[in-house]
Ligand binder design. Structure first.
Ligand code: XMP
Length: 511
């Protein structure tokens, strides 16, 4: 895909992904690469952004890449640590700051450059987060703006399209950060804003056609957003040569297998539903350790999938719905030369015995972009808006050992909870929701009889990426009605509780 790509060099800041998000929001394609792995094909990038970092440029030489192939040769924006490193690299001076410079500050112009500061007025709020400060600008440095505590808050290098800012334009609290990134990328770096969902679909379909030719491709559908959107893109490119497999592991939500399968068929996909419930549930019998349950499910899935893939003659490729956060390489917090790679079950998850080539059409997208791409292909909004659901399914929401009866109970409880969220228009306000079957019985009374039955927990969280989450303040009336309905309708349950723990310190799932 040939684009006006932007390269973001990552020095390990917690905000690096946020820079990428903001750039993508401008309909500009960008990639994050670790500072110590500058791509060799620099020609294919139109502009470069240097990220922040938790480290100091005064530390050992760990985060000091050679910028000579970039500085002055491509439009560059250096942010926070990047601005300090640019100064350090180019003959300026960075020292420990006397004051801690965190949080709110306001811009005061020294030289209000028209393009760089267009539509940003003096006094605009910017967000600081650093403990070093630039004492002396680099050679050719021209001061553009200061703040109350930071003299060298924004500068450029004379005669180059090289800009540097001490604050973070990518965070929400830098009120004009979005405008500033746009000014730099569009006005100064002259990057075209042509990266739209429609353009992505067109180009990806063309690329896939070229790459796959008449080859056959197999893809595992999960009912989730990523694999479904990946399937639609491949379907547009190669039609009947895409073979989708949707495995029922017996741990899906109530009626999910039938409903989703039906929906896939309606989308014109060539999909085979494989009901392997018994195989999974038999393999899980007697296992109560969460990790053992996960491993068993993973192993059986590969066996079932492999059996099915072998039934397709001459299949050459395995397609996966891997998305960008799964593959980003990020530098370790210490900034050491060894970059750590975020591991994820989807990445490199190809068993050796399946000698297939891998194709991952969504590898460059964030989750919300996947949804936008799906919407631009007119995919069903309910499918695109589905809550995340873990691969091991209800197995990790049934604490301890698993039986068919427990799965049935939880499916019933979960269905009432989720249906009620939908009918109360709460489903789309919640990031993820589900019910958990606890391994305890408690005493209750129904009619005149004593009961001794199961307890279920309901969990609903808000989050953006699942990394941190908070419980949702669902209306009491909703909880009251849902709890009543569960206890009245689901045999074997006499108690319902609502989980009010945030992540951290809890996790979203209970196992
Ligand atoms: P936790 O429980 O770690 O969950 O806060 C964060 C997100 O990850 C999902 N999750 C999983 N997804 N396999 C998956 O495919 C798993 O083993 C697994 N465990 C947790 C969880 O549902 C939430 O969205």
């Amino acid at each position: 895909m040939q684009h006006n790509k932007v390269l973001i060099l990552d020095f390990g800041s917690q905000y690096t992904q946020l820079i990428a998000r903001r750039v993508r929001e401008l309909n500009i394609y960008c990639e994050i690469h670790p500072f110590n792995k500058i791509p060799t094909d620099l020609d294919s990038y139109k502009s470069v952004i240097l990220s922040g970092s938790p480290n100091s440029v005064r530390g050992e030489d760990v985060l000091h890449p050679d910028l000579s192939e970039i500085r002055g040769k491509k439009p560059m924006l250096a942010v926070c640590y990047g601005a300090q490193y640019l100064a350090h690299f180019s003959g300026g001076e960075v020292a420990e700051s006397n004051t801690r410079e965190y949080g709110r500050a306001n811009l005061a112009y020294v030289k209000p450059e028209e393009d760089f500061f267009e539509n940003i007025h003096e006094g605009s709020q910017v967000w600081m987060s650093h403990s070093d400060t630039i004492k002396k600008l680099p050679e050719g440095g021209v001061l553009l703006a200061s703040t109350g505590d930071v003299e060298n808050a924004a500068y450029r290098i004379e005669g180059e399209d090289t800009y540097a800012i001490q604050f973070h334009p990518e965070v929400y609290h830098s009120t004009d950060g979005h405008q500033l990134l746009q000014n730099f990328l569009v006005k100064i770096a002259k990057v075209n804003q042509d990266w739209t969902p429609n353009a992505f679909v067109e180009e990806t379909v063309e690329d896939l056609k070229e790459k796959l030719g008449n080859d056959k491709v197999v893809l595992g559908l999960s009912g989730g957003v990523d694999s479904s959107v990946a399937a639609m893109l491949l379907h547009k490119a190669i039609g009947e040569n895409l073979y989708c497999i949707f495995v029922n592991n017996g741990l899906l939500r109530k009626n999910e297998f039938e409903d989703v399968l039906h929906q896939y068929e309606g989308m014109g996909l060539n999909v085979k539903g494989v009901d392997a419930s018994a195989r999974f549930l038999d393999a899980l019998a007697g296992k109560s350790d969460p990790e053992e349950k996960r491993k068993t499910i993973g192993r059986v899935f590969i066996e079932v999938f492999d059996d099915e893939a072998h039934l397709i003659q001459d299949v050459k490729w395995l397609a996966q719905g891997t998305i960008y956060p799964d593959v980003i390489e990020s530098v370790s917090a210490t900034g050491g030369p060894s970059a750590t790679i975020k591991s994820h079950h989807n990445v490199g998850g190809l068993p050796d015995f399946m000698k297939l080539k891998v194709v991952e059409p969504l590898k460059a997208l964030f989750k919300d972009e996947v949804r936008r791409v799906g919407a631009s292909m007119n995919m069903d909004s309910q499918l695109l808006g589905r809550h995340p659901f873990p691969g091991p399914g209800l197995a990790i929401r049934i604490l301890g050992d698993l039986t068919r009866e427990k799965v049935r109970i939880l499916q019933e409880v979960d269905a009432i909870f989720i249906n009620n969220l939908r009918s109360w228009n709460l489903y789309d306000k919640v990031w993820q929701a589900g019910a958990i079957l606890l391994p305890v019985n408690s005493v209750g009374v129904m009619g005149d009889e004593r009961t001794y039955e199961k307890c279920v927990a309901l969990r609903a969280v808000e989050s953006t990426d699942g990394m941190t989450a908070d419980w949702v303040n669902l209306p009491y009336e909703f909880l009251q009605k849902t709890s009543n309905e569960i206890i009245n309708k689901v045999k074997g349950v006499n108690r319902v509780v609502y989980d009010i723990s945030s992540k951290p310190p809890a996790t979203i799932e209970w196992e």
